[in-house]
Write a protein that binds this ligand. Structure first.
Ligand code: SF4
Ligand code: SF4
Ligand code: SF4
Length: 268
């Protein structure tokens, strides 16, 4: 019975994620297969500066020093409940979000490199000595479930927008005319993924019974366009595609092919 309940909870969680990411539009079979492949531990949120999840679980020595350093008790160590690899730090923003400490005490104390200060280096040199900038953290990205968000119904709500430490940048409110009533407006929250840190303050503040905005790991929440698509209106993007084509042409020159073969049989 308990096992059955656990399975249902996990399935509900995944369903919520897919709905939020707009993936429920996929056919039932596709959604079913994708959900089966995801484990609860795939959607875990790590502290600021965490390296890629596949490397993180190997690098983290489960010392808990980052957890102790967090003044808000945001971070906790995973137990055997299956939410994350046992002993590794994670957080659940609906309970306690990351409060984006300006001095980021959790990161520099990590002895193993699982939390990498260079990810948050204040200038763009990547030097560990430069001051850390918490706004560079990419713990995840917030996703809005437009079916559950009351602002998309036309009800006035800007709780997530106001809670965001990067208000007006990571979340903006988009004005739309309400065609149904003809005299009201929608003010819909829109997340800008290049700026969102994944702190989860929006998820914590959301007024709905189950948050209509929630943070997902970037690997799950984001897509990839593919390098051959081009923004025709953007000169820099045209230049990027031109350089890409030139590079590819160079790589497939007969000299390169010959070089590759020589390297293959090189004894040194
Ligand atoms: S930045 Fe502050 S609140 Fe966020 S995890 Fe680190 S110590 Fe905790
Ligand atoms: S997670 Fe939410 S509150 Fe935090 S930066 Fe992103 S949009 Fe703003
Ligand atoms: S707080 Fe929740 S319901 Fe309100 S606008 Fe934000 S996502 Fe929508």
């Amino acid at each position: 019975m308990a096992e059955m309940q656990n399975r249902n909870t996990r399935r509900d969680l995944l369903k919520n994620i897919f709905r939020g990411a707009g993936l429920l539009g996929l056919g039932g079979a596709v959604w079913g297969t994708a959900a089966e492949k995801l484990k609860a531990s795939d959607i875990v949120l790590r502290p600021p500066g965490a390296i890629l999840e596949e490397h993180f679980t190997k690098a983290c020595i489960r010392c808990g020093i980052c957890v102790e350093a967090c003044p808000y008790n945001t971070l906790k160590l995973a137990t055997v409940d299956g939410k994350a690899a046992v002993g590794t730090p994670y957080f659940e923003p609906r309970d306690i979000p990351c409060y984006m400490c300006t001095d980021v005490p959790c990161v520099p104390v990590c002895p193993s490199g699982a939390l990498d200060p260079t990810e948050l280096a204040g200038d763009d040199s990547g030097a560990v000595s430069s001051a850390l900038d918490i706004n560079k953290a990419r713990m995840g990205v917030a996703v809005v479930d437009q079916e559950a968000c009351v602002a998309y119904w036309g009800i006035q709500c800007d709780a997530c927008y106001r809670a965001c430490p990067l208000m007006g940048k990571a979340i903006t409110l988009e004005f739309k005319r309400n065609e149904r009533t003809g005299k009201h407006a929608f003010l819909e929250p829109v997340v800008h993924r290049d700026i969102c840190t994944g702190c989860g303050l929006c998820q914590h503040a959301c007024v709905t019974e189950k948050a209509a905005i929630f943070v997902l790991p970037r690997t799950i929440a984001t897509g990839k366009v593919g390098e051959h698509y081009i923004k025709g209106w953007d000169k820099a993007d045209e230049e990027r595609l031109k350089n890409l084509k030139e590079e590819k042409a160079k790589k497939s020159s007969p000299e390169d092919v010959l070089n590759d073969w020589e390297n293959l049989f090189d004894d040194d």
